[in-house]
Design a protein around this ligand. Structure first.
Ligand code: BTN
Length: 246
């Protein structure tokens, strides 16, 4: 995968600019990267705090023609991006980061990066995915906010990091996993994801379902990227929703 990077100082969200660019026809591999986001967003409508100079904030336009993952495109792409970002974090820090379903990259108990995939015209010939990646590179006041479980590459590794090297490493690794998906290696990517996510097996979780709060034990992910949770003697698939790790 080849990238064409457009750099900005301050944007609302790199997602907004990348989606706009995608809709006006840019080619696959177009990247919007910013120093700062004033309305950075995370999954499920949450805010992704994005102060200047301490993080990598970027969105990549993808035009996937991945027949092998038809019908599970967004879930598989999210997991694949997680595998790529985790590889990059490991290379940069020398540490062993892990993945928390569906898309968090953690070092120990703390989150260092997050991934957001938004689809346009999914299932149609011109389907597009904008993949947003946020990495905490250096410490900012936000890391010490009450209730924050965030950390940064610098804090964990004790090394100074240069944001543009982090960005390049992340893009290279994510481009690599994307190329592997395009070569039909989705099973290998899922295998890599599973081995990078010890908590997807045997951890206690709960979530609010239509019949109230449910609680169970994680039992891996299936080939569509859904989390499997054992409740008593049955196994339930969890697709989205807010899962709480206990
Ligand atoms: C999450 O873990 O909830 C996903 C976080 C995704 C954050 C990135 S930062 C770059 C891109 N622009 C955004 O507004 N969000 C994503």
């Amino acid at each position: 995968m080849r990238f064409a990077i457009r750099e900005f100082d301050t944007v609302t969200s790199t997602m907004d600019l990348a989606i706009e660019a995608a809709e006006s026809g840019v080619v696959e591999g177009y990247v919007v990267a910013a120093e700062e986001q004033t309305s950075g967003r995370g999954r499920r409508g949450r805010t992704w705090t994005s102060p200047p100079g301490v993080g990598v904030y970027l969105s990549v336009v993808l035009r996937p023609r991945l027949e092998a993952v038809h019908g599970r495109l967004l879930a598989i792409l999210t997991l694949a991006a997680g595998v790529g970002v985790r590889d990059a974090v490991n290379r940069l820090t020398g540490l062993d980061a892990h993945l928390k379903w569906p898309n968090d990259v953690l070092i120990g108990p703390r989150k260092v990066a997050g991934i957001l995939a938004e689809g346009i015209n999914i299932g149609m010939p011109q389907q597009t995915v904008v993949l947003g990646i946020g990495v905490n590179v250096a410490d900012g006041v936000y890391l010490d906010a009450v209730g924050s479980n965030a950390t940064s590459l610098e804090r964990e590794s004790g090394r100074r990091m240069d944001s543009s090297s982090v960005r390049d490493e992340v893009l290279t690794a994510v481009g690599d996993t994307y190329d592997r998906l395009a070569r039909g290696e989705a099973d290998d990517i899922l295998r890599a994801w599973r081995s990078a996510s010890p908590r997807s097996m045997g951890a206690q979780v709960e979530w609010d379902g239509p019949d109230g709060t449910q609680r169970g034990t994680t039992h891996g992910i299936d080939d569509n990227g859904a989390l499997l949770v054992r409740i008593g003697d049955r196994v339930q698939r969890v697709i989205g929703g807010e899962l709480r790790w206990l």
